[in-house]
Write a protein that binds this ligand. Sequence first.
Ligand code: FAD
Length: 283
Amino acid sequence: MLTMGQVVEHEPMGNEDQKLRRLVLKGPIAQSARPGQFVAIQVQDSARASLDPLLRRPISIAEISPERDEIALLYRIKGRGTEILAQARCGDKLSVMGPLGNGFSLPKEGELWLIAGGIGIFPLYALAQSALVQELKVRLFWGGENQSFLESAGLLRWQNMELPMYLSTVDGSLGVKGLVIEQVREELLMLFDRSQLEDDMRKKKINVAACGPKRMMKAVTELCGGFQVPVEVSLEERMGCAVGACLGCVCTLLNKAGRPIHKKVCVDGPVFRGEEVVWDETC
Ligand code: FAD
């Protein structure tokens, strides 16, 4: 759906060095958006009435408030497009396509483990909220560069959800020093007795949703696969049109027979089962 979103809030998040922004848009997308879906937002410089840059920028829908007709996008200023987007002011109307993509699936019961690397945390917030509404047990594993990053990227809001949280930072300034995967490994080893894996699986019913750097999602997929824990990953390929026409975001997956097939991240994804992704081609 192509629509206009009116900017109702647009603020820096935390430490300015992190270049993070929270953009709240009012419009009809909030009525149908699901966690893990994204929008393709036009970032042209309206003051100069220019068509440059031509391509929209894909940003995940981080918060969904149908009762207020609002969605929030959390993003990092990375290059030219997001720099232009950062200049949008309250009251501006932005052209937004969405909601796009498939989104995460919500298990019916059991535990949902959210595993995030860096700004991969952003699409997981709406998923956590939906899971809690359904009374699923949710745990968060989140790794980032340092304390300043985690705090700027919304740590307090996550703490307010009162979930079990496993934090890690590369420099050890908050949580455990190292990579997020290590804490996931420890928890899995604690929960599952390999000698009675089938039995444990039936009882514990854990599902994982992961978003972050591809190497992290690959490691999560491999680790969880060893415990027969299903994983969904959200791929963030560079995109052109975002509607399946330009083939700019094609990636290789395996079909049920184990044969390689090509899928478009924008329309077939961005969420896929980790085990079907051919990681070596996408890393
Ligand atoms: P450009 O000038 O286009 O690029 C700047 C640099 O970033 C270049 O080095 C370029 O190679 C690199 N880059 C651009 N896009 C990507 C990408 N998709 N993956 C890896 N590197 C890239 N970003 C957020 O901050 N928050 C989100 O919630 C979010 N959700 C996304 C959801 C999806 C489905 C996808 C595909 C991407 C998402 N991104 C998100 C990434 C975001 O789209 C890019 O950062 C943005 O398009 C960069 O545009 P730019 O014009 O600022 O930078």
